[in-house]
Design a protein around this ligand. Structure first.
Ligand code: 13P
Length: 248
């Protein structure tokens, strides 16, 4: 199928100049596989530092968030043009911590995704259900709704990577089982086949996120629809390199 293995690191609002530098230094010193695409997303304050300190060709720096409009009178926001000005080529959108805590709507996330793509950024679009929704057995309905808001206004998905991150698995130490993740990823891809077409759905990478660590990452190795990971807590630790190498 040939989808390139992808590992994202979302530092969230963690770290200092010193700790971000030391994570990057550790990556710089590691012998990373040339066939794995890596994107690390430090807090926005440290993006410039990360761009300057990263020496690995296979590692890119991404933002955790971007606004849905061009630069202007939007206090506290960061616009796509500013990210590009710093040579940042990736951003996350739709992370569940923004959907649930900041109350970002599906439509707002879709607009942000569109604006970022229009300006030339690539996007890791995060989706996933809460524990309550899982208990109601509506996981795929929720993922479909979150994806449909995007496919309604975006036709070209070539610069989107989807990250399936069940909210109940984030930061809990309770990762989805590889079988459960594969089942949901397959459901997501099947849904995308219907909405964005067979070809794009086949090519798009679907990452799993939620309590991935250096030990459990290799358990997902034989899952055909798990094309990589989006890692939170473990991306701050040396074991992030083990996750990057988990498909070797
Ligand atoms: P954890 O890996 O800490 O569970 O976080 C996952 C996540 O939210 C990545 O975006």
């Amino acid at each position: 199928m040939g989808r390139q293995f992808f590992v994202g690191g979302n530092f969230k609002a963690n770290g200092t100049k010193q700790s971000v530098s030391s994570i990057i230094d550790n990556l710089n010193k590691s012998n990373l596989p040339s066939e794995v695409e890596v994107v690390i997303c430090p807090p926005s304050l440290y993006l410039d530092l990360a761009v300057h300190e990263n020496k690995q060709k296979t590692v890119s720096i991404g933002a955790q968030n971007v606004f849905n409009k061009s630069c202007g009178a939007f206090t506290g926001e960061i616009c796509a043009e500013q990210l590009l000005d710093l040579n940042i080529n990736w951003t996350l959108t739709g992370h569940s911590e923004r959907r649930t805590i900041i109350k970002e709507s599906d439509e707002f996330i879709a607009e942000k995704t569109k604006y970022a793509l229009d300006k030339g950024l690539s996007v890791i679009l995060c989706i996933g259900e809460t524990l309550d929704e899982r208990k109601q057995n509506i996981t795929l309905d929720v993922c479909a709704r979150q994806l449909d808001a995007v496919s309604k206004i975006i036709k070209d998905w070539s610069k989107i990577v989807v990250a399936y991150e069940p909210v109940w698995a984030i930061g809990t130490g309770l990762a989805a089982t590889p079988d459960d993740a594969e089942e949901t990823h397959k459901g997501i891809r099947d849904h995308l086949r219907k909405t964005i077409g067979e070809d794009q759905a086949e090519k798009i990478r679907i990452l799993y996120g939620g309590s991935v660590n250096g030990k459990n990452a290799k358990d997902f190795k034989d899952k055909a629809n798990v094309d990589g990971f989006l890692v939170g807590g473990a991306s701050l630790k040396p074991e992030f390199v083990d996750i990057i190498k988990s498909r070797l």
